[in-house]
Design a protein around this ligand. Sequence first.
Ligand code: FES
Ligand code: MG
Length: 601
Amino acid sequence: MSHEMDPASPPAPTPGKRKLRSQLWFDNPENPGMTALYIERYLNFGLTPGELRSGKPIIGIAQTGNDLSPCNRHHLELAKRVRDGILAMGGVPMEFPVHPIQETGKRPTAALDRNLAYLGLVETLYGYPLDGVVLTTGCDKTTPACIMAAATVNIPSIVLCGGPMLNGWHNNERTGSGTVVWKSREDLAAGNIDYEEFMEIVTSSAPSVGHCNTMGTASTMNALAEALGMTLPGCAAIPAPYRERGQIAYETGRRIVDMVWEDLKPSDIITREAIENSIVVNSAIGGSTNATIHINAIARHAGVPLQIEEWETIGHKIPLLVNMQPAGKYLGEEFHRAGGVPAVIAQLMEKGHIRENAMTVNGKPIGQNNKGRKIGDPDVITPIETPLRTDAGFIILKGNLFDNAVMKTSVISEEFAKRYLSNPTDPGAFEGRAIVFEGPEDYHHRIDDPSLEIDEHCMLFIRGTGPIGYPGGAEVVNMQPPTALIKKGVHALPCIGDGRQSGTSASPSILNASPEAAAGGGLALLKTGDRVRIDLHKRSANIMISEAELNERRTVLHAHGGFKYAGNQTPWQEIQRSMVDQFDEGMVLKPAVKYQRVAQS
Ligand code: FES
Ligand code: MG
């Protein structure tokens, strides 16, 4: 794919049309002393004064890859091709690190660091002589952290996804990252496999560089970056090791230089229309429930109004088109070969689901970029006439347990639907006895405790796992039933909590409950043994006790000092807990939201 041949790239504009932001640092005759100081140290890696003072765009490469972040480490290589592209268009590349975030490596949660990486990147983009930036994305939180910062600062910005790993295989079956862990731990618990085989299966799912190859949060957020218009068309799905990945890194580097001359900024791209497109695409790809948190955060930093209920009003009726784990069968390589995000958007356009005029980083509207993009394999991306499921988007429940919580209905299994949703006189509703766990450690200690008498008529609750309770929010709501129950063939109980769930899990949990127990939510009042009624048709979730008794419990809780959760271990935990919003509000830092388009301020 060459720049000249790519129909998605407009012709390069004539450089030098406008004064660049970096010239405030590097070419300011009114303050020669400061200009000299700003310039001199940047010369010592070989740049010439001419390069810095001639009004060439200075392009940052926000590097999220490092040894601590293996999902994104490939960007260390890709950045070389980004540089080549920037240089080819007359820009000056300057690469700098982003605070590391590794989903599987960070304690207590990687989500705690999304806002920290955001803050660091805002300061870097604002405080240094950058005219534009290439955001390298991949692992779950790296993508929203980068886009949130770009929205806040509002200099020309383009996303380069790192791409998924190659497909994993074990015994001639696909092993999808994350998803295989949830499945295999059941087999391990049931005694079907031993510890060694468990390790072998799980590690087979990570066969190359790249991020999770399932439609977990990483593939989801990169697909949504493309749906938002923040990547070149087709960028999200290219597997990390494929040659096209290096090629699109080069094209991305070229394109950001043009974007600087065109002054095409995140505020031109991340509009209400773009946000709506991301919600629609999320339903069609079977995307992660974590997308609600991250897209809401991006919308808030971009100044786009968005309510959590709109995930249902905009997204629920959209059909599922992508047959990818955890909702389906395939992995990242097949998704790419089948046409990736452009083929999905083209299908959605046929039914008028896409806001086609939303602008994208290549300077063209999303409709124009994706119109007529073909499906390469209809088993992987289905035509919209024959979707895998209708009404595949999330539903939003509410009641006395929480103001709102999210449920991904596209992963409800036949077994689950038969057991809980097929009461002929009351379809879609079920009642059960609550078993309440105070966080993941408590769950692991007590789930197999016979005195709890957990049977298939129970619902598992977990609390103290939201943005404040377990700083950043723990991915723990998809709780496995007790071993004894799994051995009887019960693979899933209804799970409800104020934490999150891995995007790679196929559990139809009710999660992201807001407000969380630690912020005064009704979950804090629940007791093991309470009857709880969930009605998916009415979108309700209630403890079956009177208002008076709820108030009584609330009074007692307050008298005992409120809901208890573990103390802070680091300064950042304390700082974030003191100012973080709930999941439905994007888990943003409340004081940060008022700072918008700061490069223009
Ligand atoms: Fe990094 Fe899944 S753990 S992408
Ligand atoms: Mg995750």
